[in-house]
Design a protein around this ligand. Structure first.
Ligand code: NAP
Length: 283
């Protein structure tokens, strides 16, 4: 008899600080409801600090949790406490997924897998990518761009050049000065914003959108608001624009499949629910 039928609750969650805003519970609950699985996926607020984090993980394991997603500010910490880690998580230096298996904790990075799948599904293989940002998310994007046989050349621009130089080796990216980002824009057939610019409460992403390459695809990983200046500018020029919800939905799938169920469909219905949730909070 299945665990759902015997009433045994499968448990997982997302750990962050703050985490109440997270859309992950909605994604996982939607999938679990579709499958009729008895599952609980919670937002687990956990203050920064190695010891606090480690204790929280131990408690969750003792309570029978199957795993957790990890978000700001714990992604590096998650990798540190794991017994094993995927190649991607090690290269990126951060994990957004911890799976509790027997006596061990396994770290993975499904942010990278999400971007990799988005890029793989593009009709054309990008040859030159402009990646903006050098924070945690940018590191995952950079790793994703470097995987696969036909990896594009990556131009990497970040306000703090030193941070870009620190991470460039992940994909042998060419670091360019933030001041020259518009020159790189015209050379790129894939543009990815992995900074927090354009996010509600942050300054806008200041780019000369007239210099967008005529065949470019634009990806913004910011999802609040959903329609950023980069995406609007790309759409206005008839270019393909992919928003941050696409990455958010896709990064959730590996955790769901590892901990809760067997079908994690990233589809229009899931997107509509997430868009409604964003709208309800005024994003
Ligand atoms: P982070 O580690 O704090 O990095 C922030 C990045 O933004 C850095 O590159 C930083 O540059 C840049 N930045 C911030 N303020 C700037 C400014 N005024 N001018 C120029 N650059 C500025 O954050 P993160 O974790 O990488 O997240 C970045 C964004 O991605 C957030 O909006 C987050 O919500 C989003 N995200 C989305 C997903 C998804 O699934 N869609 C997943 C993860 C993250 P410096 O290095 O110079 O400070």
């Amino acid at each position: 008899m299945s665990e759902a039928k015997t009433g045994k609750m499968r448990r997982a969650g997302v750990i962050g600080w703050p985490v109440a805003h997270s859309l992950s519970p909605l994604i996982h609950t939607t999938w679990a409801e579709r499958e009729g699985i008895a599952a609980r996926y919670e937002a687990i607020e956990t203050a920064p600090g190695d010891e606090v984090f480690r204790r929280r993980i131990n408690d969750l394991r003792a309570e029978g949790y199957r795993g957790v997603n990890v978000t700001i500010p714990h992604k590096e910490r998650a990798l540190k406490i794991a017994d094993r880690a995927s190649k991607a998580a090690r290269a990126i230096g951060a994990a957004n997924m911890l799976t509790f298996k027997d006596d061990s904790v396994i770290a993975e990075n499904s942010d990278a897998a999400a971007i990799e799948s988005i890029v793989l599904e593009l009709p054309l293989r990008p040859r030159t990518a402009l990646l903006l940002g050098a924070g945690g998310a940018a590191r995952a994007v950079l790793w994703a761009l470097s995987s696969g046989k036909e990896a594009p050349r990556v131009l990497l621009a970040n306000r703090t050049r030193g941070r870009a130089e620190e991470i460039a080796a992940i994909a042998r990216a060419d670091v360019i000065d933030w001041a020259y980002r518009n020159d790189a824009l015209s050379a790129a057939d894939l543009v990815i914003n992995a900074t927090s610019l354009g996010m509600t409460g942050q300054p806008p992403l200041d780019l000369d959108y007239n210099r967008l390459n005529a065949g470019a695809v634009a990806i913004d990983i910011v999802y609040s608001p959903l329609e950023t200046a980069l995406l609007s500018a790309a759409r206005a020029r008839g270019l393909r624009a992919i928003d941050g919800l696409e990455m958010l939905m896709r990064q959730a799938a590996p955790g769901y499949l590892a901990w809760l169920g067997t079908r994690a469909e990233v589809d229009a219905d899931l997107r509509a629910r997430l868009e409604a949730a964003l709208k309800a909070r005024g994003a």
